[in-house]
Design a protein. Structure first.
Length: 527
């Protein structure tokens, strides 16, 4: 009686199968094998699941069919496609032992119910299991070593990104330049004690147009996770729950003191602090002498004539140095200094209108250049895809042996991935640069007016967007302008000088005259 055979093909998405032929390639090779061997195929079974543990539904059904005498033979590309665990291996051997499984056919070997064949099959499957077990041990050892070196062994948290191109095992956590400043602002808002987590989520999504690295909105779970991670002040536990803490070499976004304050506000340690007053700029600045946080308080002065005056003063908390000599500054004076800083980057509406048109023209030019570069990347990507497919076809036809295939395939796949990333990065850059430039120029136009007339939240948002490292020393506020706003300082100065020249008292210049002068100014065009 002719034996009934089933082709079984499997590929996992896990690291164990990175160099394995695709299911389609396996099937092509096994069909060709069955023709050469005059084997009649009764069914084809495919599965995309790891074989490291028992529990594959299709594989289990296949063995059930063998045990029920519906199938007597299995054709597979390699024994490790059937099993990488002791349970499934044992069941295969048992089916041979009881005479239900007659043949297991691979391109290089036929296994039958003989002591030597069963021993070899058991050995090959056990070897596959050993490779997986060793990989697991080596990965854990490598991650532990990496953690001890201060390199966080996991996906980067919000505000950071994983280094892509360093040698495996030496990839650091880098700052996400787009999101790092915004995450710091979220902590700043939380530190004031005047905002709930939901308030910050709303501000981030609505006012800042914040997006996650994958493109989604900033959500509730992500927000609570953000304000709970010790990673942000430079410490992490690895493995989690082990009690082993490591000091990371990544750039911290907050201090441990700030982290503790937020935990109190979240109700995780002790009781939340009472909020008796809402201060416009509380929790946003540091003392220039001892680096403690700047806090605020209200003072009341009663005059002899019965008038009562309320004043708000900002001063160092002196937590790091009780002998700090810095004196307080009145909120009125602080606001005047903030206005002065805003004025340094402010621009008139005429320049804003001209700059918006100029950016649109530059975007069109950039798109032309981008299209040419993109075509080159796409051409190279197509060549890389053709190469990988060619290697697979050559392996399926027997023109490459396993050693040659495994030697050449990783480099080809890496090249294909690299060009895909270049295309993605290029498209992202083109979409982002004009949008970001428009936001900066619009902020420079509107910041002064919004700071004067805006709400409490708008004033804080403007100061936060203006710069980081807000320091008060000798009653003077120092603002390190955001990198994107530094050119606006030079542009603002140049534009204001142009307006002085073009605005005699009785002859106000037209929009067209301003645009003509802007377009000829080399400083504006360069910046």
């Amino acid at each position: 009686m002719a034996l009934k055979y089933v082709i079984y093909a499997r590929k996992s998405s896990e690291s164990e199968d990175r160099q394995v032929l695709s299911i389609e390639s396996q099937l092509n090779e096994l069909k060709e094998l069955s023709k050469k061997s005059n084997i009649i195929i009764g069914a084809i079974q495919t599965e995309s699941k790891s074989a490291k543990a028992p529990g594959r539904a299709i594989f289990n059904q296949l063995l059930d069919d063998v045990e029920n005498k519906n199938t007597q033979g299995i054709i597979v590309w390699n024994p490790d496609r059937l099993s990488r665990n002791s349970v499934d291996t044992g069941r295969l051997i048992y089916l041979f032992d009881i005479g239900r499984l007659h043949e297991l056919v691979t391109p290089t070997q036929v296994f039958r119910n003989t002591p030597n064949d069963k021993f070899l099959l058991n050995l090959l499957c056990s070897q596959a299991k050993l490779e997986n077990d060793n990989k697991g041990v080596n990965v854990k050892r490598g991650l532990k070593t990496k953690a001890e070196r201060g390199m966080y062994p996991g996906p980067a948290v919000l505000g950071y990104r994983n280094e892509k191109y360093a040698e495996k095992g030496n990839r650091s956590i880098l700052v996400d330049e787009d999101r790092f400043p915004l995450v710091r602002r979220m902590w700043d808002l939380m530190l004031t004690g005047n905002y709930t987590v939901m308030d910050i989520i709303r501000i981030a999504n609505k006012d800042w147009k914040f997006t996650m690295p994958q493109g989604g909105k900033f959500g509730r779970t992500t927000a609570y996770n953000l304000f709970s991670r010790t990673f942000y002040y430079g410490m992490y536990e690895y493995p989690r729950g082990s009690g082993l803490w490591h000091h990371g070499i990544h750039r911290a976004i907050i201090t441990e003191e700030e982290y503790d304050i937020v935990q109190v506000l979240l109700g995780k340690k002790g009781k939340p602090r009472p909020k008796t007053h809402i201060f416009a700029f509380g929790g946003m600045m540091r003392c220039g002498e001892c680096k403690s946080m700047i806090t605020a308080e209200t003072k009341v002065k009663r005059q002899k004539n019965g008038n009562i005056h309320h004043y708000v003063y900002y001063h160092c908390t002196k937590r790091k140095n009780p002998d700090c000599t810095q004196r307080c500054i009145e909120e009125k004076e602080l606001k005047a200094q903030i206005k002065s800083a805003i004025n340094e980057i402010s621009i008139p509406p005429e320049f804003h209108e001209w700059a918006m048109h100029w950016l649109e023209k530059e975007n069109a030019k950039e798109f032309t250049t981008h299209t040419a570069v993109l075509k080159t990347h796409q051409k190279n990507q197509l060549a890389a895809i053709t190469k990988t497919r060619g290697l697979i076809d050559m392996r399926a036809k027997g023109l490459l042996n396993d050693e040659q295939f495994l030697r050449e395939m990783p480099a080809a796949e890496k090249e294909e991935t690299r060009y895909k990333q270049l295309i993605d990065d290029s498209n992202h850059a083109v979409r982002q640069w004009v949008s970001k430039a428009k936001d900066i120029i619009t902020f420079s136009r509107d910041a002064q007016e919004k700071f004067e007339t805006g709400s409490f939240e708008e004033k804080r948002a403007i100061l936060t967007k203006l710069g980081s490292n807000l320091i008060i020393a000798d009653k003077k506020l120092r603002v390190d302008l955001e990198n994107s706003l530094i050119p606006m300082k030079l542009i603002s100065k140049e534009v204001k000088e142009i307006h002085v020249l073009l605005e005699p008292l009785k002859n106000k210049a037209t929009t067209e005259e301003y645009a003509s002068v802007y377009a000829k100014n080399p400083i504006l065009l360069r910046r």
